[in-house]
Design a protein around this ligand. Structure first.
Ligand code: ZN
Length: 377
């Protein structure tokens, strides 16, 4: 049970500013210079939040509970895989998890205090394991308590406190946070990120199925969702892009695809209706499609000298961990093979940012800034 007596910003409104269902991303981001790369790059980033991202939604927490409970062992096995294939990933971690005491700096309902175990709100020993991984990992931020930074309910002072708290907690571990992943993938307030020492962030991409008519109506959301299912099933090659410098001076590293894992949680309602062997087959098919899609992304990155940026949540690996990690291992193996052939680099977000910064032609990030789609497909 969480003891929510400690708070560093009691004026912060309750809730995380969760976007409405199907609310489309703003995929148009002002940017200037586009990086050029000598060869393709694979970036792997992870959003680690445990239960912190669901304290405002009890039914969401319940639906994720088993995945969250399995996240610790999934992270350990994933780190072993990173060592085996020399993968340095970016771990975007919510600041609350840096804390060692069972406190939640968020005004929350009593069910959170009653139902969520302490070790789903604090995870310093897990951070130790990531930080001490023999293949160095990039520890970045996913905000302090997983707030939607684009929400109008929050002003710059509140968001600034979030970011400052993250850097303060990181300094306590001898770290500086360079990489940022926006909660709900809602990109906003880039000047604040720069003010608080961040140098790069994960941006949206230009998946074909997001380019049609946009709107907040549920019909649009269902339509986009249906197209996305088709895209997943056909394993359409994912977008591959290059880092782009935004006027605030940061580098945007667009994502290419999310690795969702076994997907059996979505089929849970069929448990007891269909034999388990059918559900296992559906899981294996879902994983196979993602691995094929990721392999196409890697080959595209090599051919176009772009970045294939794969991301996931460790909690996506929290159930059916063995088969989900086996799929990911296939992706790592392919990337490692191209790297051995000298045709691909594997870098975390901070490494890629240092790399493109050192090759940058523009001292002033504002020069040539324009409004362009966030991805080039
Ligand atoms: Zn998140």
């Amino acid at each position: 049970m969480a003891d929510c007596t400690e708070s560093y910003a009691t004026e912060f409104p309750a809730g995380l500013g969760r976007p409405h269902f199907g609310q489309p991303f703003d995929r148009t981001i002002e940017h200037g210079e586009s990086a050029t790369l000598e060869r393709g790059v694979v970036v792997f980033s992870l959003d680690l939040e445990l239960a912190v991202a669901s304290v405002d939604d009890r039914s969401l927490y319940r639906s994720l509970q088993r995945n969250i409970a399995g996240t610790r062992q999934a992270v350990r096995r994933l780190l072993a895989l990173c060592v085996a294939y020399r993968i340095s990933a970016t771990w975007a971690i919510v600041g609350q998890l840096f804390r060692s005491s069972p406190t939640l700096d968020l005004q929350v309902d009593s069910w959170v205090q009653r139902d969520i175990p302490d070790d789903q709100l604090c995870a310093p020993e897990l951070l130790d394991e990531i930080q001490q991984c023999p293949v160095g990992q990039d520890i970045g931020s996913h905000s302090y308590r997983h707030v939607n930074m684009a929400a109008a309910d929050f002003d710059d002072r509140m968001i600034g406190e979030e970011l400052a708290a993250c850097q303060t907690l990181a300094r306590g571990r001898g770290l500086t946070l360079d990489s940022f992943v926006f909660p709900f993938n809602r990109v906003a307030r880039l000047n604040l990120l720069a003010e608080h020492g961040f140098t790069c962030f994960r941006g949206a991409n230009s998946d074909w199925y997001t380019r049609g008519p946009a709107g907040n109506h549920r019909l649009f959301a269902f339509w986009r969702s249906a197209l996305k299912q088709a895209d997943d099933f056909l394993a359409v090659p994912p977008p591959v892009d290059v880092p782009r410098r935004v006027p605030a001076g940061l580098w945007m590293i667009p994502h290419s695809m999310m690795y969702k894992g076994a997907g059996r949680a979505r089929l849970a309602f069929l448990r007891g209706v269909l034999p388990d062997v059918w559900l296992d087959l559906a899981s294996d098919l879902a994983i196979n499609r993602q691995v094929v899609k990721a392999a196409r992304g890697i080959r595209r990155a090599v051919a176009r000298r772009g970045v294939f940026h794969l991301w996931t949540h460790p909690q996506n690996l929290g159930q059916h961990t063995g088969r989900t990690l086996a799929g990911l291992e296939n992706v790592f193996r392919l990337a490692d093979r191209y790297r051995r052939d000298g045709r691909l680099d594997i870098m975390n977000m901070a490494q890629l940012t240092s790399h493109v910064q050192s090759r940058s032609t523009s001292a002033d990030p504002k020069v040539g800034a324009g409004s362009m789609p966030a991805g080039i497909g």
